[in-house]
Design a binder for this molecule. Structure first.
Ligand code: AP5
Ligand code: MG
Length: 217
């Protein structure tokens, strides 16, 4: 089943998506990672998105929906990371998956209080080549500033600054939180809330249980 990872900036969506991709055969579609790639290559979409991202605001729905449509391939189940973020995007995703003969997605809500998120974001270091995420305190690389796998440099994200973090959290609360109700609504509750304050390993175990996954390797 395709799964939407829903949660505030810094809740751990990208971290967990990468683990589940490695061990359980999912494909990750991270709209944030895709937009950063577009920005880095200077594509038209990248240029259109850049200002919104810098300010910590949402990129317009039509651009995002078209981008996801282009990324969705038949086959392996998808983890949608950071998408949808508005009710319009969630409705568009349901329609898109149904038009491709896939079922409606489930949603996992990463529940965590706002006060913990700034520290997570200020300590984050990312591999810009593949989106791999570290934290200087909670999940450090073996050598500070260097990726464990490809040996290249890690960077801090341009939007991980106190003012922009605050704006991103405000935007999450006003525009994305309504999706909790969207996925709980109707006759079928499609949402599972998990405790995202636990350690990375504990959250992974919760997800394995919630998604009824068998441990592969
Ligand atoms: P995006 O890249 O999606 O950023 P975000 O939503 O702000 O989410 P983050 O990536 O910051 O958080 P995460 O939950 O992935 O946390 P992570 O695992 O890294 O979007 C960026 C921008 O692009 C948006 O602001 C917007 O402009 C645009 N955009 C993207 N999608 C869009 C859409 N659909 N519509 C419109 N605009 C869109 O973890 C964070 C840190 O915490 C890391 O350092 C990690 O090591 C650490 N950590 C993770 N888990 C734990 C744990 N359990 N305990 C301790 N530390 C942990
Ligand atoms: Mg992320």
């Amino acid at each position: 089943m395709d799964v939407v990872l829903l949660g505030a900036p810094g809740a751990g969506k990208g971290t967990q998506a990468q683990i589940l991709v490695k061990h359980f055969g999912y494909v990750q579609i991270s709209t944030g990672d895709l937009l950063r790639e577009h920005r880095n290559t200077g594509s038209e979409l990248g240029k259109a998105a850049e200002g919104y991202m810098k300010r910590g605001e949402l990129v317009p729905d039509d651009l995002i929906i078209a981008m996801v449509e282009g990324e969705l391939k038949d086959g392996a189940p998808v983890l949608f990371d950071g998408f949808p973020r508005t009710v319009a995007q969630a409705k568009a995703l349901d329609a898109l998956l149904q038009s491709r003969g896939r079922g409606l997605p489930g949603a996992i809500y990463f529940q965590i209080e706002r006060s913990l998120l700034e520290e997570r974001l200020l300590g984050r270091w990312t591999n810009p080549r593949n989106g791999r995420v570290y934290h200087s305190k909670f999940n450090p690389p073996v050598v500070a500033g260097i990726d464990d796998e490809d040996g290249g440099p890690l960077v801090q994200r341009e939007d991980d600054k106190p003012d922009t973090i605050k704006r991103r959290l405000d935007v999450f609360e006003s525009q994305t939180m309504p999706l909790v109700e969207f996925y709980e609504d109707g006759n079928i509750n499609r949402l599972i809330a998990i405790d995202a304050t636990e350690s990375v390993d504990d959250v992974t175990h919760t997800l394995i249980h919630a998604l009824r996954l068998e441990h592969g390797h």
